[in-house]
Design a protein around this ligand. Structure first.
Ligand code: GRF
Length: 202
C-alpha cells in the first residue's frame, strides 16, 4: 500500500474526506501519518479516531527551514510517498519541496489561478463572480500556483453570502481531493510543462 502523509493546522474536514476514502478502499493507498503544526487541532482527533498516527510539530521558535526539515524527516521516516496539505496554514520552503519533488498536493477553495491566498471564498464572493469552485494542485514554490490535478466548479447563488458559498465549495473539496490523490498514487499524472496530463481521463 502506498503511504500518504497529511499536514493540517485545524478543523481537518478534508483530512476526514481522505480518511473516509482510505477506509473505503478508494484512495489508492493508506494514510500513514498526520502532522499538525498546531497542538489541539481538531483534525488530530479525527486521525486518532481512524487509528492513524497523529503527531504535532510546533513551528514556533524555529526557522521555517528547520521546521520543514523536521516535518519532512518525520514523513519520510514513516515511508510517506505523497504529502497532502489539508488546511495547513504554512508556506513550505524549498527544503521541504526538495524532499518530496512533485509529490505534495494542496486543496484550495477557488478555481485557480483565480483568488489565490487566504479567504479565497470571500475574495470570490466580493468580486462578484457567478462561478467559483475548488482546486487540487501540485505544490511548487509559488503561492497556490502549481500544476492543477482536479477542479470542480461551484455556482455562486444570488442568496449566497461568503459563508454559504464556502460551505458549498467545501463539499466540492471533499469530492475532488480523494480522487486527485488516487490519480497521483496510481501514477496517472504526467507533467508536460505546467500541464498535468491524466491518463485515462476523458
Ligand atoms: C479548506 O477550505 C482548504 O481548501 C483550505 O483550508 C480549508 C481547510 O479546511 N486550504 P479543513 O481543515 O480541511 O476542514
Amino acid at each position: 500500500m502506498k503511504k500518504v502523509g497529511v499536514l493540517i493546522s485545524g478543523r481537518g474536514s478534508n483530512l476526514q474526506a481522505l480518511l473516509d476514502a482510505a477506509s473505503a478502499g478508494s484512495l489508492g493507498g493508506e494514510i500513514a501519518v498526520v502532522v499538525s503544526n498546531v497542538e489541539g487541532a481538531a483534525g488530530l482527533e479525527r486521525a486518532r479516531r481512524a487509528g492513524v498516527l497523529a503527531l504535532v510539530s510546533d513551528h514556533r521558535g524555529r526557522s521555517r527551514e528547520d521546521h520543514d526539515a523536521a516535518v519532512a524527516g518525520l514523513l519520510a521516516g514513516h515511508g510517506v510517498e505523497l504529502v497532502c496539505l489539508a488546511g495547513y496554514m504554512r508556506l513550505l520552503s524549498p527544503v521541504f519541496l526538495r524532499a518530496f519533488p512533485g509529490r505534495v498536493l494542496n486543496v484550495h477553495p477557488s478555481l485557480l489561478p483565480a483568488f489565490p491566498g487566504r479567504d479565497a471564498q470571500r475574495q470570490a464572493w466580493e468580486h462578484g463572480v457567478k462561478v467559483s469552485g475548488a482546486t487540487v494542485h501540485v505544490v511548487d514554490e509559488g503561492l497556490d500556483a502549481g500544476p492543477i490535478v482536479a477542479q470542480e466548479a461551484v455556482p455562486v447563488l444570488e442568496e449566497d453570502g461568503p459563508d454559504e458559498l464556502a460551505a458549498r465549495i467545501l463539499e466540492a473539496e471533499h469530492r475532488i481531493y480523494p480522487s486527485a490523490v488516487r490519480i497521483m498514487l496510481e501514477g496517472r499524472g504526467r507533467l508536460e510543462g505546467r500541464r498535468l496530463r491524466i491518463e485515462g481521463r476523458t
